[in-house]
Design a binder for this molecule. Structure first.
Ligand code: MSP
Length: 643
């Protein structure tokens, strides 16, 4: 894929809320995508910021006896501090209360008003004083305020307001969406907006009388009104990059490559914003990308449920980088994902502590103990080495494609797979045995391959875990990662004679903690000791955690010669390809297997079956001589983790 510039935005966050995992997620995602584009040598620009007007801010300030401006000045810091802690590398941070933004909003309003794109009209509606909101007659519930938990009496009022002629752009918008399939992503979100546009599209009320709410950007042609908060907020994407103030900067950056948003703000971004831009005569962004929501288990996160995950707590407990890694690896872009500390711990222990951390410490220890801490270029390279080299480089190439196709989780899974390949190589070469037997040349080769793989892998994961991967680079005596993609797809850049640095524990294993609250209060605590089920001993949850089950897709299948029961399968696990030997030939023909979605144990130690390597095990149910494969009940991408 060719891309020669990259401009990405996050939603601007309401300063009134405490930052939660959803805010952290979008910002980390934008950061990781930007860092990858920089790595690929593509000029990149990343904007985030805060949405500081509107009624909630106004009310909170009143409650605290401060001015709204004082209030936002103190609350914006929560976001700025969080981004610092999370190592976010944004190029700009826009606040909608800044003059550079307000001036642009006013210029746009004046221009649209002058060209009759905005008009004044009387508005009939029902007003709820408690909620300070208008409702249409049809919205009321038995004539009362429809807001859940309110239900109060509403007053009929007639109020003058200003309206943007949004309705007249409906046909144009439908055509634009249909002609540009990449404009709203993922596809099912595009269909959602097209569905919304099947109904009439009303004009948009873009003002609020100051008598009701005096906190917002003043309407330039009528000082009795302030601007509706969304009409103000959306403009940040262009006011920050020089629209109407710095033509050069604006023409270099606009149109945005991606507006990243959560699925709940789809209509504002795919209906209000495009029609506003159309009326202004500004080109459309390339893609509005709506990601899913982080749930807590199966529940929506909400203050009332008390299950909102605070990113600061996660960072304090586990560090910023593992948290960044988990969020990026766990969510398939577009889908909802479920957060839990158990899922975090499981992935952390498997992929970071066991696979990557142990690989690094093993290679470091052996190099220190047997090669005087020096990595020497390989002298004899065989098939195992070329297989390893290809696996690592292919994973990096796959990651690049997955960044462009917004399948970041798959790209990361590919790198995690490459780490496992390096571990497998180490298991096979047994450098500790080579050291004992004094086979220095082979030992040198094996360790050089280990260190060189770590150099590439740390460069590839640097955008996800900038601090930890820089640390790893220093450990192996290599340069901190630069924005040099070529050095990651060309094997052998680690100079022969490189002295490795000091070893540190990169990802100490998380030992499942016993939460006293749970012990004392939860139902689990009162359960009797585990008893065997059907004669099979019960296991602890931590035992189960050791098994990584994943969704896989069968790419190839054939009979294993001379073995009636065995099939040789090539499966896809995210960006990784593997071979497994499965005992299902009596129940499934090879041609029936291809294309099937199956479940595999992904972290089983590789084994040789009839001389063929089997790297994982598929799951099937068996009863009375019948065997049926396990699968998932809806389409899920290969590589998805089962928990
Ligand atoms: N201020 C507006 C955006 C204006 S953009 C011109 C706003 N702010 S917000 O702070 O309420 O929400 C910001 C983002 O957080 C939204 O994209 C929303 O989808 C996202 N999330 C809120 N809860 C979320 C989860 N539980 N999971 C993932 N993202 C979620 O809306």
């Amino acid at each position: 894929m060719k891309r020669d510039r990259f401009y990405i935005t996050t939603p601007i966050y309401y300063v009134n809320d405490k930052p939660h995992i959803g805010h952290a997620y979008t910002t980390i995602l934008a950061d990781v995508l930007t860092r990858y584009h920089r790595l690929f040598g593509i000029p990149s620009y990343f904007l985030t910021g805060t949405d500081e007007h509107g009624q909630k801010v106004y009310q909170a300030a009143e409650k605290n006896n401060v001015t709204p401006q004082q209030h936002v000045d103190s609350t914006v810091v929560r976001y700025q501090e969080l981004w610092k802690k999370l190592n976010i590398s944004n190029d700009d941070f826009i606040r909608t209360t800044e003059p550079r933004h307000k001036i642009v909003v006013q210029k746009i309003l004046q221009d649209l008003f002058d060209r009759d794109e905005i008009y004044r009209a009387e508005y009939d509606g029902w007003y709820c004083v408690t909620c300070e909101r208008f409702y249409m007659e049809k919205d009321l519930v038995e004539g009362l305020c429809p807001e859940p938990g309110c239900g109060k009496k509403v007053d009929k009022i007639r109020e003058a307001n200003y309206f943007f002629r949004m309705g007249k752009y409906k046909d144009w918008l439908v055509k634009h969406i249909q002609d540009n399939p990449g404009f709203i992503q993922p596809d099912f979100r595009r269909n959602e907006t097209l569905g919304f546009l099947k109904k009439d599209l009303n004009d948009l009320c873009i003002s609020r009388p100051k008598t009701r709410m005096n906190w917002g950007i003043e309407i330039p042609f009528d000082s009795n009104f302030v601007t509706y908060v969304w009409f103000d907020a959306l403009v940040n994407y262009i006011s920050a990059i020089g629209y109407q103030s710095d033509d050069k900067k604006f023409s270099e950056l606009w149109p945005a490559t991606y507006h990243l948003i959560g699925k709940d703000i789809l209509t504002t971004h795919t209906v209000y914003w495009p029609t506003m831009l159309k009326a202004m005569g500004v080109p459309q962004p390339e893609t509005v990308f709506a990601h899913g929501w982080w749930m807590y288990g199966n529940d929506k996160m909400s203050k009332s449920m008390g299950n909102v995950v605070n990113p600061m707590d996660m960072i304090d407990k586990y560090g910023a980088d593992p948290f960044r890694y988990f969020l990026m690896a766990e969510m398939s872009l577009g889908q909802d994902a479920s957060f839990s500390e158990e899922a975090f711990t499981r992935r952390y222990n498997a992929e970071l502590a066991n696979d990557l951390g142990n690989l690094a410490s093993r290679v470091m220890k052996l190099t220190e103990g047997h090669l005087e801490s020096v990595a020497n270029a390989a002298s004899d390279e065989g098939d195992d080495e070329s297989v390893l080299r290809d696996a690592v480089i292919n994973a990096v190439r796959g990651l690049r494609e997955s960044v462009f196709s917004m399948k970041l989780d798959q790209g990361i899974a590919g790198i995690a797979g490459a780490v496992r390949e390096v571990n497998k190589y180490m298991e096979k070469k047994q450098p500790w045995t080579l050291a004992k037997q004094g086979r220095k040349a082979e030992l040198s080769t094996a360790l050089y391959y280990g260190i060189e793989a770590l150099r590439i892998i740390s460069g590839a994961l640097y955008p996800v875990m900038p601090s930890k991967m820089a640390e790893l680079r220093i450990m192996i005596g290599s340069e901190p990662p630069q924005n040099d993609y070529d050095s990651l797809v060309n094997w052998g850049q680690l100079k022969s004679g490189t002295k490795i640095g000091k070893m540190a524990s990169l990802f100490p294993r998380i030992v499942a903690e016993k939460s006293p609250v749970k012990e004392e209060n939860s139902a689990d605590a009162k359960k009797p000791a585990a008893v065997p089920v059907d004669g099979v001993a019960s296991i602890e949850y931590t035992d189960f955690q050791k098994v990584q089950l994943r969704v896989a897709k069968v790419l190839e299948a054939e009979k294993v010669q001379g073995a009636d029961k065995l099939l040789r399968l090539v499966i896809e696990l995210g960006a990784e390809k593997r071979q497994i030997i499965a005992g299902i030939a009596l129940h499934y023909k090879p041609e029936d297997m291809v294309g099937k979605t199956i479940i595999v144990v992904a972290n089983l130690k590789p084994a040789k079956i009839r001389g063929l390597e089997s790297n994982g095990m598929l799951l099937a149910a068996s009863s009375a001589g019948v065997m049926k494969l396990l699968s998932v009940d809806e389409v899920m991408p290969s590589g998805s983790v089962i928990k």
